[in-house]
Design a protein around this ligand. Structure first.
Ligand SMILES: O=C[C@H](O)COP(=O)(O)O
Length: 337
């Protein structure tokens, strides 16, 4: 069964071809607490809205395949483990270049798409291996930095880590914020930290990981999102994957509303990256529905939307395999993803 291209085009956002970071960068602006102070967030309303998004928005089967293909374009294929090796990173990069088995690509009729993941995301010492393995593919390497995942290192060392990753060839830097600045309401300190990190990134794009599972309230999530964007974050990202609670739909909704408010206030478009704990094709669909409903199709492109995941691609590949063959393969067949 092929993905009907005409229907897929209706269902999917317009493809901009190759992956790459947000071409229009967020220049930031001076810290303006008026843009977030006094902003109330109703948790039960956020939870209700998130629940509605996933229950109401089912899509037809052939469109579902198109949405899953779009999810692959937006995945930051990630390995962030203490036992990472250059060899593991090379295997991951091979998967990023060819995320689906050839029979699935053929069955879907998408050979012309040149499908790859949005990026590969690794620790700084693995950037060199990833850059070498991805040469010529157009797939950017994202590096976590600034004392990932806790961020509790002196700021000069954190900035040096960014410069190291950029020198190794990272085009995107996933920084972590100091959660204490949020928990104590020290917005100036948070702004200064992210602004310094943005400067250290140079031409590399900055994704600000808020560690939302540590931030206690949705109001803190909203305020931290706004401050990170004012300081020049090109993306805001939920989680490291190492907090007790990682990406959730209610938290994502609050962050996406902040993106919308920031765009309305400044005219600048900032990307969104949910990350951590997302493992299924259903997750890939749900987060795309959230973006479509709240931001429109423009935000379903890799330059404005990424799914940070180490183990979601396997289930997407399995579902697409089933779409093509009518059978479920053993999950071990898609183990690497
Ligand atoms: O940035 C991406 C996350 O670290 C991935 O988390 P995960 O391993 O739970 O998918």
């Amino acid at each position: 069964m092929t993905v009907n291209p005409a229907r897929a085009a209706q269902a999917m956002p317009q493809s901009s071809g190759q992956p790459g970071a947000n071409s229009h960068r967020n220049p930031g602006q001076p810290l303006d607490p008026a843009l977030f102070e006094g902003h109330a967030v109703n948790r039960s309303a956020a939870e209700r809205r998130a629940a509605t998004l996933v229950t109401r928005r089912s899509v037809k089967t052939e469109w579902q395949a198109a949405w899953l293909v779009n999810a692959i374009r937006c995945i930051d294929l990630t390995t962030l483990s203490g036992d990472d090796t250059a060899e593991r990173v090379r295997r991951l990069c091979a998967k990023a270049r060819q995320p689906l088995a050839p029979h699935i690509i053929e069955g879907l009729g998408i050979a012309d798409l040149g499908l790859t993941t949005g990026a590969v995301c690794v620790y700084p010492t693995m950037v060199g291996a990833a850059v070498a393995a991805l040469q010529g593919s157009g797939i950017p390497v994202a590096s976590v930095a600034t004392g990932f995942p806790a961020g509790l290192m002196p700021l000069p060392l954190r900035l040096e880590e960014i410069r190291y990753a950029v020198a190794e060839g990272a085009e995107e830097i996933d920084i972590v914020i100091t959660r204490e600045h949020v928990l104590t309401g020290n917005w100036q300190a948070l702004y200064d930290e992210v602004a310094a990190m943005r400067e250290a990134c140079g031409a590399a794009h900055l994704k600000a990981i808020l560690g939302t599972g540590d931030l206690q309230t949705l109001r803190n999530v909203y305020s931290a999102s706004m401050v990170a964007m004012m300081a020049g974050a090109d993306f805001i990202k939920t989680s490291t994957g190492k907090e007790a609670v990682n990406a959730t739909l209610p938290v994502s909704l609050v962050m996406v509303r902040a993106l919308r408010d920031y765009r309305n206030a400044t005219g600048h478009r900032v990307g969104f990256k949910p990350a951590g704990g997302m493992k299924s094709a259903k997750d890939a669909l749900n987060w795309q529905f959230l973006m479509r409903e709240e931001m429109g199709r423009d935000w379903l492109q890799p330059d404005l939307f990424r799914l940070g995941a180490s183990s979601m691609l396997g289930d997407i590949e399995r579902q697409l395999d089933h779409h093509v063959t009518g059978r479920y393969a053993a999950s071990s067949r898609h183990a690497l993803a």
